[in-house]
Design a protein around this ligand. Structure first.
Ligand code: ATP
Ligand code: MG
Length: 659
């Protein structure tokens, strides 16, 4: 028994890069891609070493590329020193980019503010000088609990400038999560805002910090800096609390970047918590910056006049790697958006793309699926009503993108002319791992395609044996890469146990399942925890979900297993219809139609035994479907668990079924 997962979905559409796009791309054509891969295989030290010397500015050159002596605690560019903020900002002051727009900030209410690289550099320096003046130094740790803003990015950069390790906590998290993280990283500094504006409402942030700091084990925190966003009232603790504008007031516009060792922890970021207790992922300075910059350039095919919009919040790794660091080091002009995609209406993204002439748009399947649904229920907000001709490239991250959602994105948003880069990666990988190079890789909807140059992956069974094409198993990364997680903060044992269990022979275990097709393309089948076992077949939920989403009536679907005495597990599907939710009278007919559809498209084995309907899926705060809770609903018919970590707990109450 290899434990391999049976593949049930066949996707045959292929989209070759358009000749014009290919001709202008930095990595042009599959031969160029293969040449890079070969180079990295033949001479990894040369490949990564040359790249690190060319792409980064060093204060002290490194003499060694990779130290594997204490694996899996890998050390990259170990004896070199640099400063991340210098590499993101100062470099652009002397390369002709000083007056180029670095950030275009659009507030919830539509107000727009832009800053050049020169102005952003000055702002970061003033903040860094202010923070240094409060006595903070390299090695200290800061928690950032801030809304999407120029200030949040400037504060991350200011920490990097001083060698202060930051940990950004997503503004949608509760006091409890905030408290846990303040304690876990042993923070001495907290940076927050009075409130954040979302969908026309002010949501207090400072009050949550006050509450968190009233909790145990927070005595290390000496100072709370507060960015005034809403101007609303806040409680104030004299001596501890200071306004950010007072801290930077009158400080010099320049601040000498503090050189740090290559392995100095730039930040600690907790994973989304889709599968359990979040892990504090510790990232390095040099290796992390190198790979996020290079992958931003390659995967987004970054050009000097691009306007890049990554819609992720800086509270997630995507916002770190492809807003605050990698994309900034690459010198991209970026959109920073404070609000939500549905305010004032579901056309907000399209309207912003039109107004700011966005050329590269990078978002999550959850947003795409909800906007597909919105286009059906409020047709006026559909992308076809907006001029999106500025777009030249689209990207996806966070969950598997179902082929039908991919095709909608490609056609309705990209006008059929923009490549879609489906990027598979994780908080732990720091940057993209499996993703197309848009000027080279032919695209297949639903596949994240091929590993990037320098990245080696495999698909293996429980015993770590490589599986042939068409067989699903564990997705592992078999060689270290510069942006990889260095450890779980304060828990080296958990790092080794979670990511390098002995049966996988030193490979990094991702926790996701995948399979490769005859072209070597990688198809993510879902998380290892979400595999279903039906009548002796192991099935990845993603494939059944994609089949359901391909039905004209379905906007979103999640599939889980319910224990069954006969088949081992029964397939239970949760479905969000594109149009209105069917009533009790219509639901059985729709459920029957969907069962027939799955049976016809992929075979009877995948046919859902039961179907539930809802207006929305329960989602994590990062917008991922929470299958863990749906499994409980499938089993017990109701939810008994604590749902406070959900973005939308009431989604569970509105589910009805089973049919
Ligand atoms: P936790 O590890 O705490 O359970 P999480 O895995 O959701 O949380 P992240 O690091 O934010 O935290 O997400 C990484 C995961 O997201 C991947 O392991 C994968 O399951 C999913 N993912 C991200 N991008 C893609 C993609 N392009 N295709 C398929 N799945 C993706
Ligand atoms: Mg994870």
């Amino acid at each position: 028994m290899s434990g391999a997962i049976d593949s049930i979905l066949v996707e045959e559409r292929v989209f070759e890069p358009a000749p014009g796009f290919k001709a202008a791309a930095a990595v042009s054509g599959m031969e160029a891609y293969q040449a890079l891969r070969e180079h990295a295989r033949r001479d990894p030290d040369g490949f990564w070493g040359d790249m690190a010397r060319e792409a980064l500015v060093w204060r002290k050159p490194f003499t060694r590329v990779l130290d594997e002596s204490d694996a899996p605690f890998y050390r990259w560019f170990d004896d070199g020193e640099l400063n991340v903020s210098e590499n993101c900002l100062d470099v652009h002051l002397s390369n002709g980019n000083a007056d180029k727009t670095a950030l275009i900030f659009e507030a919830d209410d539509g107000a727009v503010q832009t800053v050049s690289f020169r102005a952003l550099h000055a702002r970061v320096c003033r903040i860094a000088n202010g923070i240094a003046n409060l006595g903070y130094r390299k090695g200290d740790r800061a928690i950032l609990y801030m809304p999407m803003s120029i200030e949040a990015i400037a504060c991350m950069q200011a920490c990097a400038r001083l060698g202060i390790t930051h940990s950004v906590v997503f503004g949608g998290f509760s006091t409890k999560s905030l408290h846990q993280r303040i304690v876990d990283v042993q923070a001495s500094l907290v940076i927050t805002a009075d409130a954040q504006m979302r969908g026309g409402r002010a949501i207090p942030l400072k009050a949550a910090v006050d509450e968190a700091l009233a909790g145990p084990d927070t005595e290390r925190v000496r100072q709370v800096l507060v960015y005034r966003r809403s101007g609303g009232p806040v409680d104030w603790q004299d001596g501890r609390d200071c306004w950010l504008h007072d801290v930077e007031q009158g400080r010099p516009d320049t601040c000498e970047p503090v050189p740090v060792e290559a392995e100095h922890p730039l930040f600690i970021l907790y994973t989304s918590g889709s599968t359990g207790k979040p892990k504090g992922v510790q990232h390095s300075s040099a290796g992390y910056l190198l790979w996020t910059k290079m992958s931003a350039q390659w995967v987004f095919d970054a050009k000097p006049d691009d306007v890049f919009w990554c819609t992720a919040d800086i509270g997630w790794v995507t916002g770190h790697s492809y807003i605050a660091y990698g994309a900034m080091a690459a010198g991209l002009t970026q959109i920073v958006f404070e609000g939500v995609p549905t305010y004032p209406d579901a056309g907000r993204f399209w309207d912003m793309i039109r107004r700011h002439k966005v050329t590269i748009f990078y978002t999550a399947p959850t947003a795409i699926r909800s906007l597909i649904k919105a286009s059906a229920t409020t047709p006026g907000t559909a992308p076809r009503h907006y001029d999106l001709s500025s777009l030249r490239l689209l990207g996806s991250v966070g969950e598997p993108i179902n082929p039908e959602a991919w095709v909608w994105y490609h056609q309705q948003v990209g006008g059929g002319r923009c490549p879609v880069v489906d990027t598979w990666w994780q908080t732990e990988t720091g940057g993209h791992i499996v993703a197309p190079l848009p000027g080279a890789t032919p695209l297949k909807p639903g596949s994240c395609t091929l590993p990037l140059p320098g990245i080696e992956i495999d698909v293996v069974d429980e015993a770590g044996n490589s599986l042939p094409e068409g067989k699903g198993g564990h997705l592992v990364i078999t060689r270290p890469w510069p942006a990889m997680i260095r450890t779980v903060w304060g828990d080296a044992e958990r790092y080794v146990k979670s990511y390098f269990p002995p049966e996988f022979g030193g490979a990094y275990l991702s926790g996701d399942n995948a399979q490769r097709d005859a072209d070597g393309y990688c198809w993510i089948l879902g998380r290892t925890d979400d595999v279903l076992s039906v009548s002796g077949h192991r099935l990845g939920g993603t494939e059944i979900e994609s089949t359901l989403v391909a039905h004209e009536a379905v906007a979103e679907a999640a599939v889980v297993g319910r224990p069954d005495p006969v088949t081992g597990e029964a397939v239970v599907a949760f479905v969000v219809p594109k149009d209105e939710l069917p009533g009790e009278a219509d639901a059985p007919a729709l459920a029957g139609a969907l069962r027939d559809w799955v049976a016809r498209e992929v075979g009877p084995i995948a046919k859902p035994r039961e179907i539930w309907f809802g207006n929305a899926m329960p989602k994590t705060r990062s917008g991922k479907i929470m299958r863990r809770l749906l499994r409980i609903v499938a089993e017990n018919g109701e939810i008994t668990q604590d749902t406070s970590t959900l973005e939308n707990p009431d989604a569970l109450n509105r589910l009805h079924g089973p049919y």
